[in-house]
Design a binder for this molecule. Sequence first.
Ligand code: AMP
Length: 209
Amino acid sequence: MNVILLGPPACGKGTQCQLILKQLAMECLGTGQLLRDEVSSGSELGKEIDSFINHGAYVPDALIMRMVFKWLNGVGEKPWLLDGFPRTLVQAEALNAEGFRPDVVIGIEVSQDVLEERILSRLICSSCSATHSRKVVGDGPCPDCGGVLVVRDDDGIESFRKRYANFNELTKPLYAYYEAQGSLVRVDGTLPPEQVFERVASSLKLPGA
Ligand code: AMP
C-alpha cells in the first residue's frame, strides 16, 4: 500500500508517520527533512534550498520533484509513505503521470490558532530529527534518543504564517484533487496523537484498528 500524508505545518504529519512505521514496513520520505539534510550538508544545492525554506517559501516544483523521483525510483516495488510531498497540483499530477499512485491519502485538518500554538512550542531533535513539544518535554533532552532539542530555523511566527498561506493557496486544492480520485481520508488533527492515529490506522486497515 502506498500512502501520502497531507496537512499544514505542525499538523502532526511527522508524528503520524513514525506511528505508521511502527506497524507497517514501508519506505518513508519526509521531504522537509530531506531538504534540511541537504541544507546541513553545506552543498551549493543546500544553499539554494535554504534561501527558500528560510523565507517560508516552497522550493520550486522542478527541484523537489527531481529529488523525490530519484528516491521513488530507488524504492522499486516496496510500498512507500510520503510526508510533505506532493504539496502542489503540479507535483501531484507529475506523481500520477510517473505511475506513482497513492492508495490512501490522509488529509490532516487543524485550525490556524491551534497550529500557531504548536509552532511556538515545537522543538526538533538535532540527532534523530523527532519532533517534540516544549510543553511536554521542557527544553529536553530528546526523550527518544537523548539528543539536543532545538527550535527549527523556519518555526518563527512570521515564517509560519507565510507557510500557512502557501498551504492554503497551493496545497489545500490537493484535498479536492484526491477526494475526486477516491483516495482521500480526512482526519481531525486537533485530537491527541494516539487518537489521530486510531483514525489513521483504521483508514490503512491496520490490525487492531
Ligand atoms: P516540513 O518539514 O514538511 O514542514 O517542510 C519544511 C519546508 O520544506 C517547507 O516549508 C518548504 O519550504 C519545504 N518543502 C518540503 N516539502 C516540499 C514540497 N513538496 N514542495 C515544496 N517545498 C517543500
